[in-house]
Design a protein around this ligand. Structure first.
Ligand code: DF5
Ligand code: ZN
Length: 239
């Protein structure tokens, strides 16, 4: 962080040059303080209807591994919880670190996890396209799931069985964590981390991504933005 700042790098701390909203009032990720979260009895459980989800492709978009889904109808949606209507699954992707337990974007009392899975959904009731929703305050809903390394092996890979057993969550109004950093995301962060094997995490770390110049190939790791200021926002907690 410091090094790339001194070298005038293009990392997270320089994003406000091209995206002034980086210094906005509802930026993500944040450091979650469970004892300061407000328990809201009206916050019901969220519901995932992914049974007929149709994945289209998996890609290395230069910053992460992204799996895109068919979103031309309501076949894969999240609803309930803090959401007023169903939001369609568009893609999921991961953020991870080079080693050990650093790599998640959200942190809990200053502690980070090895990785964080983001399931990105958009409000197709109010907006015609994902792009339109992505820049509207109630346009997106991203489900964040912490991944914790463990030595036990982990078989299979399916969005449904990715979820930990308890779906208690924190929710707050935030933003995209990568440029263009639009303040359009209702964040739902599941409290309980999902356990994946070190082998699974290792696979993320072997991915290579291109820097700005084609020839400057650097390892894809530490692709996570550090926590941003809360600026008076309330984090609510489901029961
Ligand atoms: C020009 O408008 C856009 C809009 C969205 C873009 C994007 C470029 C990359 C990712 N996105 C995303 O959709 C995006 C970015 C970050 C996240 S995150 N990490 O879940 O907050 C989710 C989704 C450009
Ligand atoms: Zn993300």
């Amino acid at each position: 962080q410091m090094v790339e700042e001194m070298q005038g790098g293009d990392g997270p701390s320089a994003w406000n040059k091209n995206y002034p909203v980086a210094d906005g009032d509802r930026q993500s990720p944040i450091d979650i303080l469970p004892h300061q979260a407000r328990h809201d009895p009206n916050l019901g459980p969220f519901v995932l209807n992914y049974d007929r989800c149709t994945s289209i492709n998996i890609a290395n978009n230069g910053h992460s591994v992204v799996v895109e889904f068919e979103d031309s109808d309501d076949r894969s949606v999240i609803q309930g919880g803090p959401l007023d209507n169903p939001y369609r699954l568009k893609q999921f992707h991961f953020h991870w670190g080079g080693k050990g337990c650093h790599g998640s974007e959200h942190t809990v009392e200053g502690n980070s996890y090895a990785s964080e899975l983001h399931l990105v959904h958009w409000n197709a009731v109010k907006f015609k396209t994902f792009g339109e929703a992505a820049s509207a305050p109630d346009g997106l809903a991203v489900l964040g799931i912490f991944l914790e390394g463990s030595v036990t092996d982990f078989k299979g890979f399916n969005p449904k069985c990715l979820l930990p057993s308890s779906l208690h969550y924190w929710t707050y109004l935030g933003s995209l964590t990568t440029p263009p950093l639009h303040e359009s995301v209702t964040w739902i962060v599941v409290k309980e981390p999902m356990i994946v094997s070190e082998k699974q995490l290792g696979k993320f770390r072997t991915l290579v991504f291109t820097g700005e110049e084609e020839d400057e190939r650097t390892r894809m790791e530490n692709n996570f933005r550090p926590p941003q200021l809360l600026k008076g926002r309330t984090v609510r907690s489901s029961n």
